[in-house]
Design a binder for this molecule. Structure first.
Ligand code: ZN
Length: 272
């Protein structure tokens, strides 16, 4: 069984003691690609250096996570834009060149703090424009801001190269609305295995497997039976098994279809 973890923060310090072992376990479990979303300024270098070290497995994204908005975001946004432009316009010189594969993770998060809503929206809009300009998928983090998110995205819907609504946990109605965006997928992770999760019901009634991608969001949101512990890409099969149950199919079929979805969206490897 092969799979792609489309959202993992294994460059973080939570993995500094055993990062190589975590990667080894991911490969042994079936991981063929690990996609690394950026978070803030401090995460850029650790993320890129991991991608250089494991260049056929790990691929970086670039963007500012909405909860990490600096007091003045303009200089950091400029730095991120410059990195993207330099990276994407440079000629490919070797097979182990590191390329940004998405704009992420970006979005709006009003769950704990809505005081900078307008700024979050403005920064997100700017990053959506990067995604249009560079024709890269968008990896979107959204909490307690469904309406704002749709309002910002709508004018760009037909010019974007698709994307992911990462860590989707909304209602059936919200799922249907998000899937109206062409080329967009719902990122499904450990939450679907939680006992009280309403996600299985929402997925089986409103979301076809052709619109789902797998993700851990490691080190967070660890699936059952490891819930509460540190998450890692090797736990993706627990999510696959749960989805097989939800869609009344086999784990192999879930792994196969979601891998096809990820290959199409990120263009990182041959569609199997
Ligand atoms: Zn994340």
């Amino acid at each position: 069984m092969q799979f792609i973890d489309t959202h993992t923060h294994i460059y973080g310090e939570e993995f500094s003691e055993d990062r190589s072992a975590v990667i080894r376990r991911a490969i042994d479990a079936g991981a063929v690609s690990l996609l690394l979303p950026n978070v803030d300024e401090a995460s850029i270098e650790p993320m890129l250096s991991l991608c250089r070290k494991f260049s056929d497995l790990c691929h970086p994204m670039m963007g500012l996570q909405p909860e990490e908005l600096p007091a003045d975001p303009a200089p950091l946004l400029q730095k991120m834009y410059d990195l993207l432009e330099a990276n994407l316009s440079a000629p490919v010189t070797s097979e182990c060149d590191v390329r940004f594969v998405a704009i992420g993770e970006v979005g709006i998060d009003l769950y704990w703090d809505a005081s900078r809503r307008d700024e979050q929206i403005e920064v997100f809009r700017q990053e959506v424009e990067w995604a249009v300009k560079f024709q890269l998928p968008l990896v979107i983090h959204c909490r307690a801001a469904h309406r704002d998110l749709c309002d910002v995205l709508k004018p760009y819907a037909d010019s974007l190269a698709g994307g992911i609504f990462h860590c989707f946990g909304g209602t059936e109605q919200e799922a249907r609305e998000l899937l109206e965006f062409p080329g967009f997928y719902l990122g499904i992770g450990g939450i679907v295995t939680f006992k009280k999760s309403t996600l299985p019901q929402v997925l089986s009634s409103a979301v076809p497997l052709s619109r789902i991608l797998l993700e851990t969001d490691a080190p967070y949101l660890t699936p059952v039976p490891y819930r509460g512990k540190r998450n890692e890409p090797a736990y993706i099969p627990y999510i696959i098994n749960k989805l097989a149950e939800v869609y009344a199919t086999t784990p192999a079929e879930v792994a196969h279809l979601t891998t096809i979805n990820a290959c199409r969206l990120f263009r990182i490897r041959q569609v199997p």
